[in-house]
Design a protein around this ligand. Sequence first.
Ligand code: SAM
Length: 459
Amino acid sequence: MLLPEPLLRSLEGVEGFDREAFQQVHDSGEQVTSIRVNSAKFSILNSQFSISNSIPWTQFGYYLEKRPSFTFDPIFHAGCYYVQEASSMFLEQAISQTTDLSQPLKLLDLCAAPGGKSTHLQSLISPESLLVSNEVIKARAGILKQNIIKWGSSNVIVTNNDPRHFARLESFFDVILVDAPCSGSGLFRRDEAAINEWSVDAVQLCASRQQRILADVLPALKEGGTLIYSTCSYSSEEDEVIGDWLVENMGMENVALKLEEDWGVVETHSPNHQAAGYRFYPDKLKGEGFFLACFRKGGEPEKVKYSSSKPERVSAPEQQVLQRWVKTGGIQFAKHNDRLLALPQNLMESFSILQSALYIQYAGTDIGEIIRDKLIPDHALALSPLLSSELTRTELDYEDAVRFLQRQDIQPNAPKGWQVVTYNGYPLGWINALGNRVNNYYPKELRILKQQNDSGFGK
Ligand code: SAM
């Protein structure tokens, strides 16, 4: 693998960089596959994965012995796990070592698509906490929304805003994660084509953009709150130098993390020795290139009054219709863009504030819409823990589960009416059995398009 010489030269002298080992691991062709499980739905003990090891810096991550075709695993579509690069899961150390996660918190994941770190954060926070998962690029925000729905939580709000827009939410968030767009050198081993897009100029461009993004969003961080900054670039300009800039110019205080020696993570220091950060080199651990650093915002928290706009109310007869479908304890229904949604009661005030400040793509759990006194349930409800346990569930065998996910016709032995179809007990989506036929309500945009299945799942 021909790595860019200017990159290698720029890394000489950076803590932990070993040119020979670095080049060798890029030449080796070794690919690491890892998953992070959704502990709210699934236990790895019940799975058919061949696991080689657990990932030491997270309670949810596992290395797999080989990479299966996840597309043909129904429980992947049920949101039981997320396929994620191992180094990124270090986020768990960053948040759990800097923040009291037992508290009800407001968190923002500013650059969130496709949702790896948001779904991880969701597994770590308390049900009373709120995660705002934002993505500036509209099409990517759509993918983020799908992954949040699949994960099946009701305390996440997906927004599609520019970092500048968060200035309207002064001192609102306890934690902000900026997993910044970067020059991407950390992923060269996985994606050789990315090498052609790398240049010294691109690094400079990314570094200026990272500063701009951070400067835009920092007013939204509460005084005393935590900023987690990460990239998948090896370039100091995008990593430690940004850390220095945050400390010297933006009033941030660097926070150090504790490491276990056998993790192979390297603590690095910025050129001006202002900020410690954490580097992941693929020649030192099983994971791709990654950098992360933590900061605390100085100052005393002040009470800020936010403008808010109350969501449209759901009428008593509509609430009555929903009782049969939803576990209603602790949640409140609201209307957003003509859809019925459910949010934890304690998050309604934040929802009203966010609604007046941001462009909300998705909030809580979409329940569906009521037409002529009947609910047409949304896919999100099927994948949510709010799904009533009293609703009919029909278990599918592997072949039917895949056909369902391909949005083909299936003929399960099912009673009449709306029901959730499951595979190994995990909900996949809705069907409506009409007597002479079964309508498949798996969302068109999610359907499996690949036809050939040699995944080995279902054997
Ligand atoms: N955090 C994500 C995850 O774990 O799945 C990966 C995020 S990726 C490294 C960076 C994201 O930043 C991309 O989704 C990209 O669309 C978004 N982005 C690009 N330009 C941006 C900008 N100017 N401001 C904010 N986000 C931006």
